[in-house]
Design a protein around this ligand. Structure first.
Ligand code: ATP
Length: 237
């Protein structure tokens, strides 16, 4: 079933058209990746899905409900959560305080603690240092914390904005293993990436944006074999 349906979505920043009639679908249990160069509109797409920037045209449906005009907090309560580009960790807060920020919408304290235990079980590095400042974490660990924080909202669809950016090859490897594991547990993921090869390796479906428009979409294997994509995003040609 379609969990997220983006249809003909357009977003404008003043006179700049950031998205022009973009459509894509994420079904339950799927990883969908959105690829494209800097400035293609990938972050804007995630922000519009979350309601952080308004749609000028088109719409967003989540779990059967039209959320196009709904506020961000309602979208999060319905099961959308974002790990933003650049991680946005608060380095003057502890690891645990950063995690709790991801749960500030939730009222059930016992459920929040269960969630935190599950996150600590998944990330022993974070558990060991839970009361230390987030500034003590490496870039890779901060990315795990950003994902952990997003998971604290108990999402049904996790939005990841360029999670591999700036990570060492080892952490990139770990990150993609984590994405697979989270998805194997039933979580749907919308993954914005510039690491085209890795993203196509985990995704069930891929969409390529250029200058705010969808220029290619389909099965990752078919896209990976497409000479236009290979030349532009996989360094071939
Ligand atoms: P990146 O990987 O660099 O973040 P992106 O694919 O995520 O790129 P967006 O950040 O969504 O692209 O930007 C899409 C377009 O919108 C670009 O032309 C960008 O300059 C413009 N843009 C983004 N944010 C704003 C803003 N707040 N005000 C004006 N223009 C913006």
């Amino acid at each position: 079933m379609a969990l997220l349906e983006v249809s003909d979505l357009s977003v404008q920043y003043g006179r700049v058209t950031a998205l022009e009639k973009v459509s894509l679908t994420v079904r339950d249990g799927e990883i969908v990746t959105v690829l494209g160069a800097n400035g293609a509109g990938k972050s804007t797409l995630l922000k519009a899905i979350l309601g952080a920037v308004p749609a000028r045209g088109g719409g967003v449906t989540f779990d059967g409900a039209d959320i196009t005009a709904r506020p961000t907090h309602e979208r999060i309560a319905r099961g959308l959560s974002l790990a933003p580009e650049g991680r946005r960790i608060l380095i003057s807060l502890s690891i645990e305080e950063n995690l709790l920020l991801g749960a500030h919408m939730r009222r059930d304290a016992a459920a929040v603690h269960r969630e935190m235990d599950a996150i600590y079980a998944r990330f022993p590095n974070l558990a060991e240092r839970r009361h230390m400042l987030a500034s003590c974490l490496s870039g890779g660990e901060q990315q795990m914390l950003a994902i952990g924080r997003a998971m604290m909202a108990k999402p049904r669809l996790l939005l990841l904005d360029e999670p591999s950016l700036g990570l060492s090859p080892l952490f990139v490897q770990k990150l993609f293993e984590l994405i697979r594991e989270l998805n194997a547990g039933g979580l749907a993921i919308l993954l914005v990436e510039q690491n085209t090869g890795k993203a196509l390796g985990v995704a069930h479906h891929a969409t390529v944006l250029e200058l705010g428009r969808v220029v290619m979409a389909g099965e990752p294997a078919a896209l990976a074999a497409d000479p236009r994509l290979r030349e532009a995003y996989l360094g071939d040609g």
